[in-house]
Write a protein that binds this ligand. Sequence first.
Ligand code: ATP
Ligand code: MG
Length: 172
Amino acid sequence: MPDSSAIYPGSFDPVTNGHVDIIERGLRVFDRIVVAVLKNPKKATLFTTKERVRMIQDLFASKKEVEVRAFDGLLVDFAKAQGTNVVIRGLRAISDFEYEFQMALMNRSLAPDIETFFMMPSVNYSFLSSNLVREVAALGGSVEGLVPGPVARRLRQKLGGSKKSPKSIKAG
Ligand SMILES: Nc1ncnc2c1ncn2[C@@H]1O[C@H](COP(=O)(O)OP(=O)(O)OP(=O)(O)O)[C@@H](O)[C@H]1O
Ligand SMILES: [Mg+2]
C-alpha cells in the first residue's frame, strides 16, 4: 500500500502546542505530513517565513515523517505539487468553524479531488491561538505551556520582554 500523506497549512507565527497536538494526531492517521508555512506578503508576521519554518523543523527533527515547507499561491496547487490530496485543519472551540467551512468548500470547488480533514486538539489547547501567544509575549507574560520551550525562548529573544504592541511589529 502506498504511503498516505497530508498537508497541514497555516501561518505558524509562531507554532504553538495546539499546532504540535494536531501534527501528532495527524501522524496517527497519515504516514507523512507536510507542514506548509504560508508566506503571506499581505499579513505582517512577527517571525520571518524562514524562522517559522525552522522552528517547526527543529521541533520535529527526529521525525522524518514530518516535512516542513514554505508556500505561497493556491493551497490546492501546492498540495498537488507535494503529491497529496488531503488537507488537515485544526478546529478550535466555535471560532474556527465558519471560516474553515468556507475554505474547505472553496478548496473543493477549486480542486474536487482534494479532501479537507478536520481534527480537534486536546481540550487544553482549544482556545489557543498564535495571535494570543504573540500578544501575551509582547506584554511580557509567560507563554509556558502554550508553546514548546524553544519557541518561548525565540519569543523572548524577539520581543525582549518589551511592551511593544504586536500590531506595531513589521514583517521580516
Ligand atoms: N490550538 C489549536 N488547536 C487546534 N488547531 C489549531 C490551533 N491553533 C491553530 N490551529 C489550526 O492550525 C491551522 C493553522 O493555523 P494558524 O497558523 O493560522 O494558527 P492561528 O493560531 O490561527 O494563528 P493566528 O492567531 O495568527 O491567526 C488552522 O487549521 C487552525 O485552525
Ligand atoms: Mg488564525
